[in-house]
Ligand binder design. Structure first.
Ligand code: PGA
Ligand code: ZN
Length: 424
């Protein structure tokens, strides 16, 4: 049973405060976890509690840390750390709001994840095995950012993530090997053309392009330069993050100085599908454009993976509603969009029920915490997106999955391209 819970303020990859929770059990086992933070958030997400004011740009989390130490700790003391559903129900009831805004989703998620780690430690198991048992053998297809944009690169390009997946790789380790070469090649090409400005929030190259399609062309060149067949061995995935530049069916592409309606956006993206080896598009339209989402999915969902992030916000009810509308075919799974592991798992279970694929995802503000890797493998989700192939808050996650693949040895099954979502 839970003997003590301690909250503390630590720092994330953007140098902003965030919440860490540490849970000790009566038997001596313990667990620790840190909440991440998004920058391009959906309005339906559970809310982080921030102090406001002037310190650290208003991002301080003294209130959320106090909520852990003064409210959550006494409430959960004595409870069974292995009963995740009961712990999370207690957190939800204690908070009392629909969006975790009173305690803060950063407070509740850090505690929820720390409890899972403590329970796994008490069972003497790694978290992924504790969650998934002997059946947890599926290594995810990684979706890895090569170029950053949108809110993560000063809006230098409109599209937020230009990523790759390696559908033909035969192991998780091999997918990383291939991606490392593509990442290097993309950097070299951009540097040679004077188009490299540094790295963006998730470690991808920060590009100085004049058009969104320049990024797609660079990506195709980089895949070829690295020695791979574009589309077959290494393919493109995009996170449009359209909520950031669209609302009410109007989409403002700042880079190209034009505004498109829903229909125009769909035509543009379908054009890209014909011209480039794209296998996955996330948030092609804004969170308020369910009809656009459904129309795009009708046009493209049999061919490519259509992912809802801001649109579905890891919410089981929204996943079921989207399925009724035929909008998207894959759900992005971000634990801090809900604030407890139980609700996060419910969204993934809803996805399975309606035949959607899933991608466990990090946030743009991250830390050394690797809990999401254990969730992806323990729950058998099949895909993992944690940003680029640089910076240790990203690499910590890829490296953790490498260790798990090695531990599984010849029991490991790599998800490969077959796991990508499709509408049927
Ligand atoms: P965020 O970006 O963490 O800033 O929301 C990640 C994403 O949009 O997938
Ligand atoms: Zn996204």
């Amino acid at each position: 049973s839970i003997a003590s819970i301690r909250g503390r303020r630590v720092w994330d990859s953007r140098g902003r405060p965030t919440v860490e929770a540490e849970i000790r059990l009566a038997g001596g086992a313990w667990g620790r976890a840190i909440a991440p933070a998004g920058a391009s958030t959906g309005s339906g997400e559970a809310l982080d509690r921030r102090d406001g004011g002037t310190a650290f740009g208003g991002y301080d989390v003294k209130g959320a840390v106090a909520a852990v130490n003064e409210e959550i700790a006494p409430r959960l003391a004595g409870m069974d750390a292995a009963d995740q559903a009961a712990l999370d129900a207690a957190l939800i009831a204690l908070d009392g709001t629909p969006d975790k805004s009173r305690l803060g989703a950063n407070a509740t998620l850090a505690v929820s994840m720390a409890a899972a780690h403590a329970a796994a430690a008490a069972a003497g198991l790694p978290l992924w095995r504790h969650l998934g048992g002997e059946g947890a053998t599926l290594l995810p297809l990684p979706q890895i950012q090569i170029l950053g944009g949108g809110a993560h690169a000063g809006r230098r390009v409109d599209i937020q993530d230009f990523l790759v997946v390696c559908p033909a790789a035969t192991s998780f380790a091999e997918a990383l090997d291939w991606t490392a070469e593509v990442y290097r090649a993309a950097g070299a090409i951009m540097k040679a053309r004077g188009l490299l400005q540094g790295v963006a929030d998730e470690g991808g190259w920060w590009p100085a392009f004049d058009a969104n399609e320049q990024a797609l062309e660079t990506l195709v060149s980089a895949i070829g330069r690295a020695g791979f067949k574009p589309g077959e061995q290494v393919a493109i995935a995009l996170d449009i993050a359209a909520t950031d530049f669209g609302r009410g069916g109007r989409y403002r592409l700042g880079l190209e100085g034009r505004e498109l309606g829903t229909e125009g956006m769909i035509r543009m993206l379908l054009g890209w599908l014909d011209a480039y080896p794209i296998v996955s598009i996330e948030d092609p339209l804004a969170e308020d454009d369910a009809e656009g989402f459904a129309a795009f999915t009708r046009e493209a969902g049999a061919r490519i993976q259509v992912v809802g992030d801001d649109f579905l916000v890891t919410d089981a009810a929204r996943v079921r509603e989207a399925a009724r509308q035929g909008a998207a075919n894959t759900v992005l799974i971000k634990p801090n969009q809900r604030g407890t592991l139980t609700e996060t798992l419910a969204a993934w279970q809803a996805a399975r029920e309606v035949g959607y694929a899933g991608i466990v995802s990090a946030r743009s503000g991250e830390t050394e915490d690797v809990t999401i890797v254990h969730l992806a493998i323990g729950w058998g989700v099949g895909q993992l997106k944690v940003g680029s192939f640089a910076r240790s808050e990203r690499m910590a996650k890829w490296n953790e999955a490498l260790r798990i693949e090695e531990t599984l040895g010849n029991h490991a099954r790599f998800a490969g391209g077959a796991v990508l979502g499709r509408s049927r």
